[in-house]
Design a protein around this ligand. Sequence first.
Ligand code: HEC
Ligand code: HEC
Ligand code: HEC
Ligand code: HEC
Length: 441
Amino acid sequence: MLGSTLRGVMGVLALACAASALAGHPPMPFESPWQHLGVATCAGSNCHGSQRPFDDSPVMQNEYFTWERNDAHSNAFKLLQGADGKRIADNLGIKDATKAEECLVCHTDYVAPAQRGRRYAMSEGVACEACHGGAQDWLGPHVSGNSHQQNLDAGLYPLEDPVARTRLCLQCHLGTGDKPIDHRIMGAGHPPLEFEVGAFTLYQPEHFRVDADYLERKPAHVSGARLWAIGQIVAAQLYLEELRSPRFKDHGLFPELVFFDCNACHHPMRPPRWSTGTGGALDAGEPRLMDAYLVMSGAVLTVLTPDASGRWQDGLRGLQQASRESVGKIQERAAALSGLAEQSLQQVGSQMIDKAQTIALMQQVARLGAGPRAADYTSAKQIYYAIDSLLADLKRQHGVGKDALNAEMDLLFTAFDPSRPFDPAALRKTLQQISQRVTTL
Ligand code: HEC
Ligand code: HEC
Ligand code: HEC
Ligand code: HEC
């Protein structure tokens, strides 16, 4: 069920570009018509394959080695060859995961044959052009005086833009119609996908420097609390879009379970653990939609656009309760929430966020987890990412000492250690402490 964009005919590609442009989004690297030339093309020692960062260059120039040695993305194809990849493939009746489109779409820079340049190789995994866009037309010009806008016009993907970046990462880190993942693949042993653009940008080994020169070239760049806040709403939007697509609905007796909260169904039954995971929207025994991005967006709106917050909470409640009625009703409610998300994104995107607001955001998410949401593992994990991102911003931008809340962060981190049972009560206690201490930062 891959999107038509991957089917490779140029006419279809042109249409896909038009569709993306109409929706107001630049075409994704895998959608646009330019050829992908392969990592070897980027990795020359005078280009991005220097052993050490250059001091006197606008970019680091050792990006290739950072990616190759430290970045998980260079390992993405190898995962398909390893024991876990083989086991998942076996369980699905796939003979060879390294040849299966349903794995390759996310584990490589997967483009249509017409877009594969001479040195393109799928075995490189999630390579430079999977994020930066096919270099066919910008390769030469980007080192000979092109402006950033000219590079963008030639197919460079605008990763500095927080909306464009989040939408791209989530293609693989959430799954979409173009890069689908479903409960069948999860059931075969694939790890659940979780993502937060601020934290994951920090976790990706640093291969770019945001300095004065960078900001002059790329004024649209956003980081810290703003990146987190915008990223949550974009993730909520993409989830709602997918919820409205045939992926969710066309499934016989049950809708596609990957849209529901894994832990609503999968958790030990002893000791009994249910405690109003949706804050009362649903009763015990009702499976809940995976609403972590929607809940986090609610926290963003409560602090930054309080006028929209009540409507959002009502909409979210309505969405959860629609699962008592029908798939059609869920999709109807998702459409209404999508409209609200778009308005909120405009408002939140145009705001700066100061230190007091960053603290208020952190307190808001910590409070959520200090209440019933601690029992909802998926939201609790998002709360962890939120606090990690926001705290990093307070330390980098707002003069908060580098050791502040480190002990609490360690406790939070161990709460998600997969080798121990998940303990909502302990988590709640730590989040209570954080919500109190954060106001003293
Ligand atoms: C929607 C995109 C997507 C699809 C489709 C997908 N994967 Fe993944 N896969 C990911 C991401 C993202 C991760 C990393 C998760 C993380 O660490 O956050 C991952 C992780 C893995 C891992 C590491 C497992 C572990 O426990 O660390 C294996 C193995 C794997 N995938 C195999 C497969 C196979 C085999 C298929 C095809 C049947 C497949 N994947 C399809 C996105 C995808
Ligand atoms: C998973 C996505 C991803 C992959 C893979 C990736 N990058 Fe990046 N790269 C980014 C993001 C995000 C940024 C920061 C936003 C921006 O400036 O475009 C960035 C920034 C850069 C910059 C800095 C640009 C500037 O204006 O200062 C360079 C150079 C770069 N990447 C080169 C590479 C090279 C070379 C590779 C492959 C070896 C690569 N990247 C792989 C996501 C990626
Ligand atoms: C084409 C698919 C694809 C895209 C686009 C993509 N990723 Fe990934 N990402 C993966 C896969 C697959 C893995 C797992 C690789 C592994 O574990 O070796 C991964 C792993 C990661 C990890 C390591 C996670 C962990 O648990 O160790 C981080 C961090 C990450 N990605 C960040 C990003 C960010 C930020 C973006 C957007 C700028 C992005 N990714 C875009 C496919 C993708
Ligand atoms: C509505 C309930 C429900 C939701 C939500 C759900 N699952 Fe499942 N899952 C099931 C059922 C039912 C089975 C089949 C169990 C069996 O074979 O007896 C299953 C099987 C599995 C299996 C196979 C191993 C096992 O425990 O039987 C895995 C792994 C799995 N699911 C992971 C996930 C992940 C990851 C998510 C979230 C993305 C998820 N599930 C969401 C109900 C659910």
